[in-house]
Design a protein around this ligand. Structure first.
Ligand code: ZN
Length: 251
C-alpha cells in the first residue's frame, strides 16, 4: 500500500483521538485512559461503534443506546485529519520532516474545533503550535533565518495591528500567536498570501453564516479557523500560487 494511503487511514483513527482530546480537554481528565462514552446517555461506546466515519454512517449519526444525535463534529474531524495527513505525506514524502508537519496539523485541528466551539484558544495549544513550527522551519533544507523572522513579522505583526486598532472586535489576541506561528513557517511571500486568503475565506464564510444562520455582522465568529484553512492551503500550494502570480505580474 502506498504510504500516503497508510497515512490517510492513520489520520482517520488519529482524528478520533483528537475528538476525545477536544471533548475531554475542558475537564482535563482521563484523556488517554478511560473508555469513550455517549455524551448524552453516558453509556460506554462499544469498539465496533468507534470505527472512524464508518460507524457514524452505519448508525445514521445516532447513539446505538439512546438514539440521540451524535455531533457531526466527530466524523468531520476524522475525515479532515485523514485528508490533511494524506496531503502532507504526498507533499513532503515519507521522511523525518513529515513528523513536525503532522503534529502541526493535529494541533491546528484542535485549535480549529476548539475556537469554533468555544470562541477561545487554550494557551497550551498555541504555544505547542509555535514550538513545533520552529522545529519544522529549522528542519527544512532551505531554512533561512531572515525568511523565518520576516514571515513571523508579517503574519504576527499585521494581525497584531488589526487586533490593536479594532479593539479585539474582529479577532482576539490568541489569533496573533497563530498568525505569528504560520508566518514563521511560511516565510514572507507565502505569509502575505496567507493573510490575504484568510480574510477572503473569512468574508465568504461570514457571509454564508449571515445568510444561513442569520447571524448579525456584530456577532462573534472565531477567526482562527480561517487562519488555519489559509495556512494549510499556503503550506501545500502556496509557492505554486506565488510563482503563478509573479509570472503574470511581471508581464
Ligand atoms: Zn447515547
Amino acid at each position: 500500500m502506498a504510504t500516503d494511503i497508510i497515512f490517510l487511514l492513520f489520520g482517520l483513527f488519529f482524528g478520533s483521538f483528537l475528538n476525545v482530546l477536544i471533548f475531554r480537554f475542558p475537564e482535563m481528565k482521563g484523556v488517554v485512559s478511560g473508555r469513550s462514552y455517549c455524551p448524552k446517555c453516558k453509556k460506554p461506546i462499544a469498539a465496533r461503534d468507534l470505527i472512524p466515519i464508518i460507524s457514524y454512517i452505519i448508525l445514521w449519526g445516532r447513539c446505538r443506546n439512546c438514539q440521540k444525535r451524535i455531533s457531526p463534529q466527530y466524523p468531520l474531524v476524522e475525515l479532515a485529519t485523514g485528508i490533511v495527513f494524506f496531503l502532507f505525506t504526498k507533499y513532503i514524502g515519507f521522511n523525518y520532516q513529515l513528523i513536525p508537519y503532522l503534529i502541526i496539523a493535529s494541533i491546528s485541528i484542535l485549535i480549529f474545533v476548539y475556537d469554533s466551539k468555544y470562541l477561545e484558544i487554550p494557551e497550551v495549544f498555541s504555544w505547542l503550535l509555535l514550538i513545533f513550527v520552529i522545529i519544522a522551519a529549522a528542519m527544512a533544507p532551505s531554512f533561512s533565518i531572515s525568511n523565518f523572522l520576516l514571515g513571523g513579522l508579517i503574519g504576527g505583526g499585521i494581525l497584531g495591528i488589526i487586533v490593536g486598532i479594532s479593539d479585539e472586535r474582529m479577532m482576539g489576541s490568541g489569533d496573533i500567536k497563530i498568525g505569528l506561528a504560520f508566518g514563521f513557517l511560511l516565510g514572507p511571500e507565502r505569509s502575505i498570501l496567507f493573510l490575504f486568503l484568510s480574510f477572503i475565506i473569512g468574508a465568504i464564510i461570514g457571509l454564508i453564516l449571515m445568510i444561513v444562520k442569520r447571524k448579525e455582522i456584530k456577532s462573534e465568529i472565531a477567526f482562527a479557523p480561517f487562519l488555519i484553512l489559509a495556512a494549510t492551503i499556503c503550506s501545500l500550494w502556496g509557492q505554486s500560487i506565488v510563482n503563478f502570480y509573479l509570472k503574470f505580474a511581471m508581464i
